[in-house]
Design a protein around this ligand. Sequence first.
Ligand code: NAP
Length: 258
Amino acid sequence: MNANRVALITGASRGIGRAIALALAECRFDLVINYQSNLEAAQSVQSQASLYGTRAVVCPADISQKEGQSKLIDFIKTQFGRIDVLVNNAGVAPAVREDMLHASEESFDRLIAINLKGPYFLTQRIAQWMIAQRQQLPEIVPIVINISSISAYTSSTNRADYCISKAGISMMTRLYADRLAEFGISVFEIRPGLIATDMTSAVKEKYDPLIAQGLTPIRRWGRPEDVGKAVIAIVQGYLPFSTGEVINVDGGFHLRRL
Ligand code: NAP
C-alpha cells in the first residue's frame, strides 16, 4: 500500500481543481489528477506537483458516467491501493446563459449529470471503498470535500440549472456527512464565490466593476489558490469534531449587509 496519503481531485487540469491539486502536493499528498479532455493541462499539473516530491498520476475520465467512475476507482486501486481524500471539484457552467423561461432541457440534463449526479454516485462508490478500508486500516481518516458555489443559495435566473445543481451539492454534503460519520469519514463543503478561472473569463467584464463597487466586502476576484488553501485547512485535521460544515471562500459575499 502507498505510504503517502492519496487524494483524488476531479477536474484537476485547470482552474480551482488545479490549485487544489498543487496545494495538496505541497502538503505531500500523492495525487490522482482527473480531467476530461485537456491532457496537456493535466500533464502540466502533474509535472508541477512532482516538484514537491510527491507522486502524481493523471487519469482522464468523465465523472458523469458510470464507466468513467469505475475507471477512476480501478486506476487508483492499481496505482496506490488506498484513498484518503476525495475532492469533488469537476463542474461546468451552462454552454449559454439563458433565461429560465426558455432554457433547454438538454442544458439542464448536462448540468445535473456533471455537477450533481456524477459527484453523488462517485462519492457513493468511493465511500464504500473508504468504509471497507477503514475496517482494515483504522489509522486512515478519510475526508470528502465537495466544491459547491454561492449559486447554491443565490438566484441567477439565466443559469437556473447551474444553481439547482449546486444547491443539490449542498444537500448532498449534509446527507453524506450524516451517513458516513459512523464510519469516521467526514464530509465538507467549500462554497467559492467569484473565482478567476476559464469558467468565469466570459463574465469578467460584467463583474469587474461590480467587485470594484463592493459586491464583495473583500474587493477582489477570488483566486483558485484561495480555494486550495481552504482544502488544506480541512485535510490537516484541525476540524476533528466537525462534519457537514460549509466553508465560504467568497470574499464575504454571503454576508447580509445594510
Ligand atoms: P474550469 O476552469 O472550467 O475547470 C473545470 C475542470 O473540470 C477542468 O479540469 C475540466 O477538465 C473538468 N471537467 C469538466 N467536466 C468534467 C467531467 N465530466 N469529468 C471530469 N472532469 C471534468 O472550472 P473552475 O472555475 O475551476 O470550477 C471548478 C469547480 O468550482 C466547478 O465545480 C465550479 O462549478 C466550481 N465553482 C467555480 C467558481 C468560479 O468562479 N470559477 C465559483 C464557484 C464554484 P478538462 O480540462 O479536461 O476540460
